[in-house]
Write a protein that binds this ligand. Structure first.
Ligand code: CS2
Ligand code: MN
Length: 358
């Protein structure tokens, strides 16, 4: 298992690599060229520059999250071939510089969605929160405005202002779109890029839909066993793999995460490990990584990963905002302290599972 930590880049992330390096066992930085829009080329010079900065701090840079997929590819528009060619060029440029895995998602319009970024928890910290009733009764534009307000200029992944400016047109474009239609477009994309992935040995790891159910009537592809089975079958290469995000999939209590990890083991290239507490009405709150604090069996997941000899990348996912982190100094979900504590909880579970196995 390679322990990793997401970082948003120089001048864009308030947390320094020097701090991240001090987390015990930390090996890899999960990075991206965050200023790039979906469909833009990542040049070799830009890639080399970012990787050499990360390496100068004694950390590795062999995993990227995310190279975003242009909406025309998801929609299956005639312009998709042009964007697929650029995507392949990005993959070649990344692979030539040592990148082994690319995390991405195939969610229409929105990346992850929450209704509240700084929801108070009983311990005095705050965390991301999803209120089902609020989403059902709301206009997507309200959600967009709310996210912009609460993120205080720290651009959130998947919520880039350029993309959200087109929200009304995008909703129109997805009118009547079914899960099957989105899956066909996914297959077209995969079939087109997998030969490049295989030739250059760079694996794709799709992130689950978050939340793992439809919102605003938009289709879903990566939210439960039935759909993940279809997705992996759509192109059977192991380069068509998964980012297994326990917080996203765990927001639907029907998903048996330990069982799913067992099923998909060869196809899981990246683990996002995070806990959520799902309420009886389906609302959910992010919580600390500790098993007892939420409804996700974190220690069971770590024990399963240990028993299958998982050797992919793993990172603590979102954390709570603690120790003075708040809306003015922290990107929602991406503070330093709770993710660092999470990393240690995960490492502790991992090491103990190894020891008990002997
Ligand atoms: C991430 C996602 O912050 C998060 O919730 O897990 O934004 C993830 O990076 C993307 O969905 C992957 O493209
Ligand atoms: Mn995740």
């Amino acid at each position: 298992m390679k322990l990793s930590f997401r970082w948003y880049g120089r001048g864009n992330d308030p947390i320094s690599l020097d701090y991240i390096k001090q987390i015990p066992g930390m090996e890899e930085i999960v990075w991206a060229l965050h200023e790039k829009q979906a469909g833009e080329l990542w040049t070799e010079a830009e890639i080399k520059d970012e990787i050499s900065y990360i390496e100068s701090k004694g950390l590795k840079a062999t995993i990227v999250e995310s190279v975003n997929v242009h909406e025309d590819i998801k929609l299956g528009l005639p312009t998709r071939d042009k964007y697929i060619e650029i995507y392949c060029e990005c993959l070649r440029n990344l692979a030539k510089n040592g990148v082994k895995v690319v995390c991405y998602n195939f969610m229409p319009i929105f990346d992850w969605t929450r209704t509240d970024m700084f929801h108070p928890l009983a311990d005095g910290s705050t965390a991301l929160f999803f209120d089902r009733a609020q989403i059902q009764g709301s206009d997507p534009q309200e959600l967009v405005d709310n996210v912009a307000k609460e993120s205080h200029g720290l651009t959130l992944p998947g919520w880039e202002p350029e993309r959200l400016a087109r929200i009304k047109d995008l909703f129109k474009a997805y009118e009547g779109f079914t899960d099957d239609k989105l899956r066909d477009n996914f297959k077209y994309f995969m079939d087109a890029i997998i030969p490049t992935c295989e030739e250059y040995d760079i694996k794709m790891a799709i992130h689950p839909d978050d939340p793992p159910f439809s919102i605003f009537g938009l289709p879903r592809l990566v939210n439960n066993k039935t759909n993940i089975d279809k997705l992996l079958k759509a192109n059977p290469s192991k380069y068509n793999g998964l980012t297994f995000c326990t917080g996203s999939l765990g927001s639907d209590p029907k998903n048996d995460l330990v069982q799913m990890i067992d099923n998909y083991q060869e196809r899981i290239h990246f683990m996002h490990v995070r806990n959520v507490r799902v309420d009886s009405n389906g609302d959910f709150s992010e919580v600390s990584h500790r098993s007892q604090d939420g409804t996700v069996d974190i220690t069971g997941i770590m024990a399963k990963l240990q028993s299958i000899g998982f050797d992919g990348y793993l990172r603590p996912d979102h954390g709570r905002h603690v120790f003075g982190e708040n809306a003015t100094n922290t990107r929602p979900g991406y503070g330093l302290y709770d993710r660092a504590m999470g990393a240690m909880y995960l490492m502790g579970s991992w090491d103990m599972a190894a020891r008990l196995q002997k």
